[in-house]
Design a protein around this ligand. Structure first.
Ligand code: EPZ
Length: 422
């Protein structure tokens, strides 16, 4: 298992490139199952989670091939519509093969995804939505077994809201199944994340008829079949946000390239409030901080609210603010694995239910810390770059799941991160 050794404090400056979005690429890889032929995904990031999803597609009998930033998926035939437990348990996102396999093959068996470091990850809304389309679903030895009724799936008006608001992959699953259903489906309380919009645009390019993209109401008119295509995925706004915080927390200045601030308004709103300058450019933004880090209150919400996937990174930044801040986590109330680790570095955080009180301190002190979920691990890298001394991060495989060569990218702009194999 690799570790990172990080010397701090450093000040970052230069240009850093954002990769294609992990959370757009994964459902689009699943969407490729809807078309009999070879789909090419351009700008697909080189990540452990993407490779893991390729393994799942290959286990279905669907060959994949990567060449540079392009990923080819040949779904001409699907021999084995079964998502095996051993593969699915490693990555929650694999649940999004459920909708396309059901629609394309008429039957599917997918292991229930397990929980993970950020908390319980139910799929009840996914199953509710597919049942509304007519799917017959039951659980068998930890597997979801779904079949379409005689006559196939049938479109209808479906409410997909849950106790925490909309569901990203739940919307994806139902939208993909609805593309090949008979008649029209209206999804109310659909997720509006840019990654859901990117999937919808991908499906329309394959011949689907989806309207209301980016809004909480999606209307999908079923079609007979979809065609394989070549499609370029959007930039990763969460990686971009992580790099923007890297500039802010080190008091540096970065040109963050290949991202769209149009998808990041809640993020730039908080950065401006904290005293970070963000200047938009045609293909990204300049980010720098020269003054003090000011305190802020942040509550995570479904898009266009502040994204839960940047909660840990902003907590690290606010740990160095000149006043008290509060972060409330409304999507995953237990998503605080990073709190204890940041406290080992002197952050002085206090958790009260779904909120964390952040007193603000003038410096963090380096320490050995443990990576946990993907975004908490990225937050520890940010902390290590700002802390005084040598920070050791164990289990960095969590970071490799969602960040392509993060240490190479950050070292190229002034970080001192050394990957050690142990
Ligand atoms: C997606 O997960 C992302 N993953 C997550 O990013 C992200 O944190 C999350 O959306 C929220 O934005 C991918 O896109 C691959 P949800 P998803 O269904 O779709 C509850 C990362 O770090 N819920 O939108 O699984 C759920 O428990 C990852 O890149 C139900 O109750 O999340 C949560 O509280 C982590 N029942 C809330 O809804 C359901 O059937 C939102 O979850 C489904 C979800």
């Amino acid at each position: 298992m690799d570790t990172f050794e990080i010397d701090g404090p450093v000040r970052l400056s230069g240009t850093i490139d954002v990769a294609g979005s992990k959370n757009a690429t994964l459902p689009i890889m699943a969407g490729a199952l809807l078309a009999g032929g070879q789909t090419i995904i351009e700008n697909a990031p080189n990540l452990a989670d993407i490779a893991g999803f390729e393994t799942i597609l290959q286990s279905l009998g669907v060959p994949t091939q990567r060449s540079g930033g392009n990923l080819a998926i040949d779904a001409t035939k699907i021999e084995n519509p079964v998502g095996e437990y051993d593969l699915v348990r490693k990555m929650r996102a694999s649940i999004c093969i459920l909708g396309p396999l059901l629609a394309r093959c008429g039957q599917v068996k997918v292991s229930m995804p397990g929980g993970c470091a950020i908390g319980d990850r139910p799929v009840d809304i996914h199953l509710r939505g597919l049942k509304e389309l007519g799917a017959q679903i039951h659980l068998e030895n930890g597997y979801i077994v779904a079949t379409v009724p005689p006559g196939g799936l049938r479109g209808k008006q479906i409410f997909l809201g849950g106790p925490f608001g909309s569901t990203v992959l739940g919307t994806d699953n139902v939208m993909m199944a609805a593309c090949l259903a008979k008649g029209t489906t209206v999804i109310e309380s659909a997720a509006c994340e840019p990654e859901v919009a990117d999937l919808a645009n991908f499906l329309n390019a394959m011949g689907a008829k989806i309207k209301g993209i980016g809004s909480p109401r999606l209307t999908i008119e079923g079609v007979k079949e979809l065609k394989p295509i070549r499609y370029k995925v959007i930039g990763d706004r969460i990686e971009a946000g992580t790099f923007m915080v890297a500039a802010a927390i080190t008091g540096g200045s970065l040109y963050v390239r290949h991202c769209s601030l149009n998808d990041m308004v809640a993020i730039t709103d908080r950065l401006n409030h904290i005293g970070v300058d963000v200047e938009e450019t045609p293909d990204g933004c300049f980010v720098n901080r020269s003054g003090p880090i000011r305190p802020a209150d942040i509550t995570t919400q479904p898009y266009p609210g502040f994204p839960t996937d940047l909660q840990a990174q902003f907590m690290t930044l606010l740990a160095l603010a000149n006043g008290n801040s509060v972060i409330t986590e409304k999507i995953y109330p237990d998503r605080f694995m990073h709190v204890a680790e940041l406290n080992r570095m002197g952050a002085g955080l206090r958790k009260e239910g779904p909120s964390v009180f952040i007193p603000g301190t003038d410096k963090l002190v380096a320490a050995p810390v443990m990576a946990s979920d993907l975004r908490a691990s990225a937050a520890l890298v940010l902390a290590g770059m700002a802390a005084h001394g040598k920070t050791i991060i164990n289990r960095v495989y969590h970071i490799d799941r969602g960040y392509e060569k993060i240490e190479e990218k950050l070292n190229a702009v002034g970080a001192k991160i050394y990957r050690k194999q142990i």
